[in-house]
Design a protein around this ligand. Structure first.
Ligand code: IMP
Length: 199
């Protein structure tokens, strides 16, 4: 059985204000005081892992150790089947130094076309790690399957949302309203698992 989260305070191991707010919203029903690694001046470690889980784990552990509090980190990205899982853990980096996702989506499309086959399957992954200062950790991985469309559609969401059509849907993540996306997304899947197991 997973370790239960019973502490009054949790560090979100991220300096991304949007992420911290989203996670804070998701945890609001559990009466937990949430602070961010940024608020505590905890440096973000380099993401040297080779998997989503490894990167979530190293971020959560770094914040738990530095703060003496339990810490939650996520790591996410888009995996394209024909590209053997790329851009994967490098999803943010494919946008270049400016994190230009029009460029990143273009690169994905060109790479898929260069494979010469018509396999357009892709999935988003979200790994979550809840780490305690004593070294214990609980890990969850969420996923949503779909296909890539080109050109991208819609201007909601962020990152690769315009080119991702979830299985069984008629709208891309970029066209869906945020509630519809959050009902089926990789992040929602991982959070449901976390909440069911630990809260
Ligand atoms: P992270 O902040 O290191 O986890 O980087 C995740 C990257 O993956 C983001 O910059 C996006 O490019 C991509 N990504 C993750 N989740 C989503 C999503 O829900 N929609 C679109 N892109 C996503």
């Amino acid at each position: 059985m997973a370790r239960q989260f019973t502490e009054p305070k949790l560090v979100i191991a991220s300096h991304n204000a949007g992420k911290v707010r989203e996670i804070g919203d998701l945890l609001r029903p559990f009466d937990t005081d949430v602070v961010s690694a940024g608020d505590l001046d905890i440096e973000e470690p380099e993401e040297t892992g080779t998997t989503f889980v490894a990167n979530a784990s190293l971020k959560a552990r770094a914040s738990a150790q530095a703060s003496g509090l339990p810490a939650l980190a996520d790591d996410s990205g888009l995996a394209v089947v024909a590209l053997n899982g790329d851009p994967g853990i490098y999803s943010a980096r494919w946008g270049g130094p400016d994190r230009d996702f029009n460029l990143a989506m273009q690169k994905v499309e060109e790479a898929v076309q260069a494979t010469g086959n018509n396999d357009r399957r892709a999935y988003f992954v979200c790994a979550l790690c809840l780490a305690w200062p004593d070294g214990h950790e609980e890990i969850f991985e969420g996923r949503v399957d779909g296909t890539l469309v080109w050109p991208g559609q819609g201007d909601q969401g962020f990152g690769y949302d315009p080119i991702f059509l979830p299985a069984g849907a008629t709208l891309t993540f970029g066209q869906m309203d945020p509630d519809a996306k959050h009902a089926i997304s990789h992040r929602a899947d991982a959070f449901r698992q976390l909440v069911d197991a630990c809260f």
